[in-house]
Design a protein around this ligand. Structure first.
Ligand SMILES: *[C@@H]1O[C@H](CO)[C@@H](O)[C@H](O)[C@H]1NC(C)=O
Ligand SMILES: *[C@@H]1O[C@H](CO)[C@@H](O)[C@H](O)[C@H]1NC(C)=O
Length: 341
């Protein structure tokens, strides 16, 4: 996609004839350099990934499919599914969360840049992988230490070793009953590690309050984990496995963090998907509405994405900075947002 601000009008025209796949928005609270890639069916592209040829984005949606963006003319195309027995007739296009246990709900997506395989954290089907041509994903892990995963959520991959770090947000509640997890102060979440050489899953840390997004640092020396219910980001040094893993607090937030994505400079974008009812005030006393925050490796705030109190960014799950653009995922919206630099 080669798009620039100046071509917004042209794009709107193109999109109108190409099934209204992408829309340009000029509404209250939405910046001018913003566009949306509409999904034709389903909703909730929580996580966004680009493959090893920089094609995409790929998104996992409400009906259990992983879709690939093929450009303006072709739009979205099915790439992969996670559920071993998914019934296309029942599942395709659904936004009914009661169907998730059979249709699947792929939440976390990440390509291994060396093998071009796509690793998937599916809320109901654990950790899976699918090759560069897509199709039905192969399940790699559905439990650890004898305890089944209940809400596999997000992952990142060590660029040297291929080690996959991922979260199971709860071993008690499934995704569609997430409010029960909140009400009960659930602390059953785990941080896990999958070794592609031994095919072994290790529990790195347990007792977390809804561990969510994960991101490795640029040289893979540490891992950030969003602990959503405590509104904080934890940092795990990865150097010496024998020592065990003891987290330190990376940042405390005043809203709920969801996914964390590292950009090519080694900076981290954190999506803040709820907590907007609490008004934020900056150092100068102005009200702000951060729906995403970019941090450096030391936890210093570099940038904020402000929702301006509008509806477009009511649920920001993830911000993927790619090729100078911010791709904005949401677990409920029927679109991927794009902000141009
Ligand atoms: C696999 O992981 C378990 C702990 O989950 C550990 O006891 C075992 O030694 C590991 N096996 C290999 C081959 O790494
Ligand atoms: C990796 O990055 C960290 C943080 O930027 C730095 O302290 C460390 O020295 C780096 N490690 C290596 C092996 O380059």
């Amino acid at each position: 996609m080669q798009m620039h601000l100046v071509s917004v009008k042209f794009l709107v025209l193109v999109c109108f004839v190409s099934h209204n796949i992408m829309q340009s928005y000029q509404q209250l609270g939405v910046p001018e350099n913003y566009e949306q890639m509409e999904l034709n069916e389903g909703s909730g592209p929580e996580s966004i990934a680009f493959d090893c040829k920089n094609e995409g984005p790929y998104v996992g949606i409400s009906d259990g499919r992983i879709l690939k963006w093929q450009g303006l003319n072709l739009g979205w195309k099915q790439f992969a599914v996670t559920s071993p027995n998914r019934d296309k007739k029942v599942c395709d296009g659904t936004t009914n969360s009661e169907l998730e246990p059979t249709c699947g709900r792929p939440l976390g997506l990440k390509f291994n840049r060396k093998t071009c395989d796509l690793y998937i954290a599916d809320a109901y089907f654990g950790l899976s992988v699918v090759g560069p041509n897509g199709g039905k994903a192969q399940q790699l892990a559905t439990s650890a230490e004898g305890i089944p995963f209940k809400l596999t959520n997000a992952l990142d991959i060590d660029t040297n070793t291929g080690m996959v770090y991922f979260t199971d947000s709860s071993n008690t509640f499934q995704r569609r009953h997430i409010f029960l997890s909140i009400l009960s102060f659930d602390r059953s979440g785990r941080l896990l590690k999958y070794d592609p050489r031994t095919k072994n899953v290790t529990v790195m840390y347990k007792g977390l309050a809804f561990p969510n997004g994960v991101a490795l640092s640029k040289n893979n020396s540490f891992l950030l984990v969003a602990e959503s219910m405590k509104m904080r980001i934890l940092k795990f040094e990865l150097g010496d496995e024998a020592k065990g893993y003891v987290p330190e607090q990376f940042v405390q937030l005043s809203r709920t963090p969801d996914n964390i994505k590292r950009n090519e400079n080694g900076e981290f974008w954190v999506g803040l998907n709820s907590g907007r009812e609490r008004i934020q005030t900056d150092l100068l006393g102005f009200n702000t509405d951060p729906v995403g925050i970019k941090y450096d490796e030391d936890g210093k705030v570099l940038k904020e994405l402000d929702g301006n109190g509008g509806l477009t960014f009511t649920s920001v799950s993830e911000i993927e900075e790619f090729n100078g653009k911010l791709y904005i995922g949401s677990v409920v919206k029927p679109y991927v947002g794009i902000l141009f630099a």
